[in-house]
Design a protein around this ligand. Structure first.
Ligand SMILES: Nc1ncnc2c1ncn2[C@@H]1O[C@H](COP(=O)(O)OP(=O)(O)OP(=O)(O)O)[C@@H](O)[C@H]1O
Length: 259
C-alpha cells in the first residue's frame, strides 16, 4: 500500500499529570490519502481541535504514530498550512503584506513574495483589497486572507479549525463555495474541523465522527456525492440522508462514554 499523505496511528493524548491528568484522545487511527478532504465532527469537547493542533505540531502527544508523507511530525512546519477560527492576521500589515510576511519567513526573496502574495489574493478573489489593513476588512475577507496566506507557501496539507465558525450564515456559505472551488481546482489534502454537519457533507470526501469521554473515532462516512458540488446539491435526497445519518452518529457518540 502507498504511504498516506497523513498517517495517525494508535495516538493517545492526555493533559495534566497525577490526579489532574485527563485523557483527551484514545487510540486515534486516521490516514488521509493525497488530495483527500476529511472533516472531523463530534460533540463539543471530544478532542477535534486537540487532534488538529497535534497534527499542526502545536501540541505533543503521549504515544502513537504521526507522519506526513512518511516523515514523523515533531513540530510546526511549512508543510502544513493552518487556518483557525480567529483571524490571526498581523494588524499593522496590509492583506498583501500579511502574506508576504509569511513567505519571507519561508525564505522567498522579495520579488517572489510580492508575486506569490498577489497570485494568492487573486485566488481568494481579494485583489481589490490588497492594500487594506485587517481592521478595514470584514470577517469573511480576513478569513480569505488567512486562507491565501496558508496556501501561499504551498503546504502539503491544509489544517482548518472551524475556519468559518465566526461568520454570518451568508458569508459562511460564500466561503464554503470559495473553498470548494479552490479545492476542486487545486486538489489539496485537507483536515477540517467543524460543528456544522451540512458544511462537512458539502465540503468533504469523508466525514469522521468523534465521540467523547475520552475522545475517539466512532464512525467514518464516505460522502460519495459527485463533484463539482454547487449549492443545489444540498437539496438532494442523498445529501439530506447523509446529513441525517451523520447527525445521528454524533448524537449516539455523545452518549456513549467509555470507562
Ligand atoms: N491545554 C489544555 N489543557 C487541559 N485540557 C485541555 C487543553 N486543551 C483542551 N483540553 C481539554 O481537552 C478536551 C478536548 O478539547 P478540544 O478543544 O480538543 O475539543 P473540541 O472537540 O475541539 O471541542 P469544541 O468543539 O468545543 O471546540 C476538553 O475536555 C478540553 O477541556
Amino acid at each position: 500500500m502507498s504511504v498516506p499523505k497523513l498517517h495517525i496511528g494508535g495516538l493517545h493524548k492526555s493533559f495534566g499529570t497525577g490526579a489532574r491528568r485527563t485523557e483527551v484522545l484514545r487510540d486515534i487511527d486516521l490516514d488521509l490519502a493525497d488530495n483527500e478532504f476529511v472533516s472531523l465532527v463530534g460533540t463539543s469537547g471530544c478532542g477535534k481541535s486537540t487532534l488538529l493542533s497535534i497534527v499542526a505540531g502545536l501540541h505533543r502527544f503521549d504515544t502513537g504514530e504521526l507522519a506526513i508523507d512518511g516523515a514523523p511530525i515533531l513540530q510546526p512546519g511549512l508543510d502544513r498550512g493552518v487556518v483557525f477560527q480567529s483571524y490571526t492576521l498581523l494588524p499593522w500589515l496590509t492583506a498583501q503584506q500579511n502574506i508576504e510576511f509569511a513567505l519571507k519567513a519561508a525564505g522567498y526573496d522579495r520579488a517572489a513574495c510580492r508575486e506569490i502574495a498577489r497570485e494568492h489574493l487573486e485566488l481568494v478573489k481579494l485583489s481589490h483589497s490588497a492594500d487594506r489593513y485587517p481592521s478595514e476588512l470584514s470577517g469573511g475577507m480576513k478569513q480569505r486572507v488567512a486562507i491565501a496566506r496558508a496556501l501561499s507557501y504551498r503546504p502539503k496539507m491544509l489544517l482548518m479549525d472551524e475556519p468559518f465558525g465566526a461568520l454570518d450564515a451568508l458569508t459562511r456559505h460564500q466561503m464554503q463555495e470559495l473553498l470548494t472551488q479552490i479545492w476542486e481546482e487545486h486538489r489539496l489534502t485537507v483536515l477540517f474541523v467543524t460543528h456544522d454537519v451540512e458544511e462537512a457533507v458539502y465540503l468533504s470526501d469523508r466525514i469522521v465522527v468523534m465521540g467523547i469521554g475520552p475522545g475517539r473515532i466512532i464512525q467514518s462516512f464516505d460522502v460519495g456525492i459527485p463533484r463539482p458540488r454547487r449549492e443545489e446539491v444540498m437539496e438532494t435526497p442523498a445529501f439530506m440522508d447523509l446529513q441525517r445519518r451523520v447527525h445521528k452518529a454524533i448524537r449516539e457518540a455523545a452518549k456513549a462514554t467509555v470507562a
